[in-house]
Design a binder for this molecule. Structure first.
Ligand code: NI
Ligand code: MN
Length: 226
């Protein structure tokens, strides 16, 4: 029964008692984060793309925890250049069985530049289907709505999906509600909103637009057990 904790923006930790993962470890610069990055003990760091609000503290945590970074081939090379020693590179459509479970990399429609002006190319952005403790969690990264979500929903029994609702850089609430129809997750948690003024959104509005899945609104620091 994995325990999933939301840390604000797109940062999520997943623990199953034995293993500890973090996805998009944006903590120290995250205005929503309620925890201190030095307290995070994740041994696996999954990064969807090179934007600062996703790669965040990945390199710091990789060193602090002697953790393995899991990301795309291009982003993996950047992480190595930045000093990460243990990097598992994958690519879209591929999956791999790790000691904690399986990760499959999915498409995302977004950008992938790194650095203050996003000028360092880090390959295409991705999402993750993570299977741990018998449960499947979908973290789509930053993306617009795409029809292949229907295929992802058909081929996977998703227990929990996170979906961005903040608009401007990603899906808005209406598109995220359509994504829920495609993905058919048992539970859905909205994220990537209210971090800054430009992505303000009302998660209760999302809740009223979603019909067939349970919407769980998590405040930063809150957890749910699957
Ligand atoms: Ni982004
Ligand atoms: Mn983002």
């Amino acid at each position: 029964m994995p325990e999933v904790t939301f840390h604000g923006h797109s940062c999520v930790t997943i623990k199953d008692g034995e293993h500890s993962l973090i996805v998009d470890p944006f903590i120290s610069m995250n205005p929503q984060a309620t925890t201190d990055v030095v307290k995070l003990d994740a041994k696996y760091i999954l990064v969807t793309h090179g934007h600062g609000d996703h790669i965040g503290d990945a390199i710091f945590l990789a060193k602090q925890n002697k953790a393995k970074i899991i990301c795309s081939f291009e982003l993996g090379h950047l992480c190595q250049k930045e000093g990460a020693e243990d990097v598992h590179m994958m690519h879209i459509g591929g999956g791999f069985n790790f000691p904690f479970g399986r990760v499959k990399m999915t498409i995302a429609h977004h950008g992938g530049g790194y650095g203050e002006d996003a000028s360092y190319y880090t390959g295409p952005p991705v999402g993750f289907l993570i299977t741990i403790g018998g449960k499947t969690i979908y973290h789509p990264g930053d993306t617009g709505l795409f029809l292949d979500m229907k295929l992802i929903g058909e081929m996977n029994d998703i227990d929990l999906a996170f979906l961005p609702i903040g608009d401007n850089f990603t899906m808005d609430i209406r598109d995220a509600a359509k994504a829920v129809e495609f993905l058919k997750p048992k539970k859905v948690v909205p994220f990537h909103y209210d971090t800054w003024e430009i992505i303000e959104a009302d998660p209760n509005d999302f809740k009223t637009q979603v019909k067939d899945s349970e919407v769980v609104i998590l405040d930063p620091g809150q957890s749910l057990t699957l």
